[in-house]
Design a protein around this ligand. Structure first.
Ligand code: XMP
Length: 315
């Protein structure tokens, strides 16, 4: 049985020995980075600088919410809007692994700039076990290069600190509960963000479409959970597909994008089952997406694939 209390105590003691200087944490506002920030903050206080990067691939209102969260957590925080840089780095790129590598490298370059300015030597990341297991290496096949592992450039000049490296998501959540973090039950969101939920080119116009669709899916499911119409899924979001299909608006022909609804149940992210969302809720999601994104999306499908053989994200 994993003992969160013991892990917290041991980790804080180890971090005090491991870190001898200023550190920067890549702070996304998710469970992993929040747990990590809280532990390192307890070990070295204001010598930890929490940096949130708006990559342009965040969900609706996410970066401004994360800013407020950093304040509530009492972190010594910085905010970098790098959306233009990320958009231009991904211009014309549609291969999923290239996207992930470019994003991983861009993150590090942004962190290096802050580190140089503030004389920081350590980079803290909330990497967990599935991130490096799926990123592959000498003995394992690369399933996908998680941005914080397989996407790391080789010439990085910061010392890496990854206190959650051996843990799985459910264990990290237990620690978050023990630390009484407000984000303990938050659904996971991948570091590369909406860029891996847009199959094909992740340009700003397509980001707007998937961002709105993700918002609608989260909103409809959250409301249904509150009303007791379904259980809270483990993770739920939209994927924008790289194909168009024919439809009809009134009496006019439409040729528009396709959104896939993805909702899964998992414990540790290594395997998952698709969620059984009631049809009435799927109906509402479909109608709201096609009404809100009228001239853009004219078809909504539901992904009924488990992992394996699928993965949670489509890229
Ligand atoms: P997959 O798609 O690999 O996802 O089945 C498993 C879990 O990991 C999240 N995910 C990521 N998280 N960096 C992250 O921090 C990444 O590059 C990344 N890729 C996938 C995914 O959302 C799911 O919860």
């Amino acid at each position: 049985m994993f003992k969160a209390e013991k892990f917290i105590e041991e980790t804080i003691n180890n971090l005090k020995k491991e870190i001898s200087g200023k550190s920067l944490i890549a702070f996304s506002g998710g469970v992993d980075s929040s747990v990590c920030a809280s532990l390192v903050n307890k070990a070295i206080g204001n010598n930890l600088v929490a940096v949130h990067v708006d990559t342009g691939y965040m969900r609706k209102n996410e970066s401004s919410d994360v800013k407020k969260l950093m304040e509530r957590m009492g972190l010594n925080s910085r905010f970098v809007d790098a959306s233009k840089e990320f958009y231009s780095a991904l211009k014309g790129v549609d291969d999923p692994e290239r996207k992930r590598k470019i994003i991983g490298e861009k993150f590090i370059r942004v962190f290096e700039k802050v580190a140089k300015k503030e004389k920081i030597q350590y980079l803290v990341q909330g990497t967990i076990a599935p991130d490096w297991i799926e990123s592959g290496g000498e003995l394992r096949d690369t399933i996908k290069s998680h941005h914080n592992v397989g996407g790391l450039p080789k010439d990085i000049n910061l010392k890496l600190v990854e206190p959650l490296r051996d843990l799985y998501k459910d264990e990290v959540r237990n620690i978050a509960r023990e630390l009484k973090l407000e984000v303990s039950e938050r659904q996971p969101f991948p570091g590369p963000g909406l860029a891996v939920r847009i199959l094909g080119k992740a340009n700003p116009e397509r980001v707007e479409i998937v961002r709105e669709a993700c918002f609608i899916i989260e909103d409809e499911i959250d409301k249904s959970v509150k009303k007791g119409k379904m259980e809270q899924p483990w993770q739920y979001f939209a994927v924008l597909l790289p194909v168009k299909s024919v439809g009809v608006h009134g009496d006019r022909r439409a040729y528009g994008d396709v959104i896939a609804v993805r909702s899964v149940e998992s414990i540790d992210a290594m395997t998952c089952n698709y969620s059984g969302i009631p049809h009435e809720i799927l109906d509402r999601i479909s109608t709201r997406i096609t009404n809100t994104l009228k001239e853009k999306v004219n078809r909504v499908v539901y992904d009924i694939t488990n992992k394996p053989p699928g993965t949670v994200e489509w890229e």
